[in-house]
Design a protein around this ligand. Structure first.
Ligand code: ADP
Length: 386
């Protein structure tokens, strides 16, 4: 509003006042032009509509481009007349979400183009009073491409999961069905060796040795694949598990290995964790068993199990005084059938750590190793707190 000129003002003062008014007018026009340009050129669709009737008061260029309705055929008509919503229930949903508030942000709606094509848009809107009529300034972005990409991504992930499960099932069934004939070969080869070995010449006995050794190795590998498949199946039950008690049971399980190797297992204070007791027991058998197995010739193995809280989880460490692992192979050894030594030096099928990783990951944790050759190994994994 302009300042009223008082009767006592001089001619100079009146001229100054008129210049000020004209400057304000020019500034307002510049702002208006800027806003009009932004409104017109905005790449997002903008529409100003009456809240109650949905009548279009103003739309921008992007509205024409995205919706397919030209400005002259839009302004003055309602969204119901034009059919710009997928259904009028969509508009009702938007009004309900706005409620008594004056703004609504990032709300997904379904619009219909003039061509009839329906698409998803993300809208933000502001309620304003235009000449006493409650009106909505709606800014909308066509996210149909993003939506289509999301659907494609979800389908691909589902397809991947399905084929993964099929593969796992195949590996399990194949291993399961192979085990029986393999056991038969093993036991008959052993019987043949026991009963008729003496009647064979040296060459014959050597062949039989290969046969027995090969069949046993095949049986171990198949059992390994079965164990690996089982470890990948969903965690059967998540309960509070006293790690101290669990490790005590594992130490009893490993009793003969401990005796044979003249080793020792020590534990720190161990926590209560959340997990599947059978799977966690398998995990500890594999890690502690390896700690006892991979020690230098003549040395006495020593394994220490400790735990500490870290970032809201428990971090458990199984440390040994064994041969250690070169940094180059520290990721590799968690893969199935990955071994750094021949079976004559250290027996095994190369499954233990792959199973350990599956179990830890099924519990939502991570597993890794810290080691230097000749300096022992520290296998560490995280588990949820009870
Ligand atoms: P396996 O014990 O049957 O060989 P694993 O999957 O348990 O299979 O281990 C894979 C390989 O990782 C082992 O062959 C060995 O080379 C290495 N490894 C595992 N644990 C240790 C350890 N505590 N110290 C040194 N090397 C280890």
């Amino acid at each position: 509003m302009g300042k009223r000129i008082k009767p006592g003002e001089s001619g100079g003062e009146r001229r100054d006042e008129a210049r000020r008014q004209s400057d304000i007018g020019a500034t307002l026009r510049r702002i208006e032009v800027k806003f009009a340009t932004v409104f017109r050129a905005c790449p997002d669709l903008i529409a100003i509509t009456a809240r109650d009737t949905g009548r279009y008061i103003e739309v921008n260029d992007a509205f024409e481009r995205i919706m397919g309705w030209a400005k002259p055929e839009t302004i003055g008509r309602t969204s119901a007349e034009l059919g710009t919503w997928e259904s009028m229930a969509e508009r009702g949903r938007m009004i309900a979400a706005l409620g008594d508030a004056s703004r609504l942000e990032n709300f997904e709606v379904r619009f219909r183009r003039k061509s009839g094509e329906v698409f998803t848009a993300l809208i933000s809107l502001e309620q304003v009073d235009l000449s006493g009529e409650p009106s909505l300034i709606i800014v909308a972005r066509d996210i149909s491409r993003r939506k289509a990409e999301e659907v494609l991504l979800r389908r691909t992930a589902e397809e991947l999961e399905r084929s993964n499960m099929e593969l796992e099932r195949f590996a399990y069934v194949a291993a399961h069905d192979l085990l029986e004939p393999c056991r038969t070969i093993c036991s008959f080869a052993q019987m043949l060796e026991r009963k008729h070995g003496a009647t064979l010449d040296d060459e014959g006995r050597e062949y039989l040795d290969f046969l027995v050794g090969g069949a046993q190795r095949m049986r171990d590998l198949i059992q390994g694949v079965l164990g690996y498949s089982r470890a990948g199946m969903a965690v059967a039950q998540m309960v509070d598990v006293e790690m101290g008690d669990l490790v005590a049971v594992v130490i009893a399980d490993l009793g003969s290995a401990l005796e044979v190797r003249d080793g020792a297992i020590e534990t720190g204070t161990l926590p209560v964790v959340r997990g599947d007791p059978a799977q966690l027991r398998q995990l500890m058998v594999n890690l502690i068993g390896n700690g006892l197995k991979f020690h230098a010739e003549g040395g006495k193995p020593h394994v220490l199990v400790t735990a500490e809280p870290a970032d809201g989880e428990w971090c458990v460490t199984v440390a040994d005084n064994g041969i250690g692992i070169d940094q180059e192979y520290q990721d590799d050894i968690f893969g199935i059938f990955r071994r750094l030594h021949g079976p004559d030096r250290y027996p095994g099928a190369g499954i233990g750590l792959a199973v350990a990783r599956r179990i830890v990951e099924a519990h939502g944790g991570r597993i890794w190793v810290e080691s230097e050759p000749g300096q022992g190994a520290r296998f560490r994994f995280t588990l949820p707190m009870a």
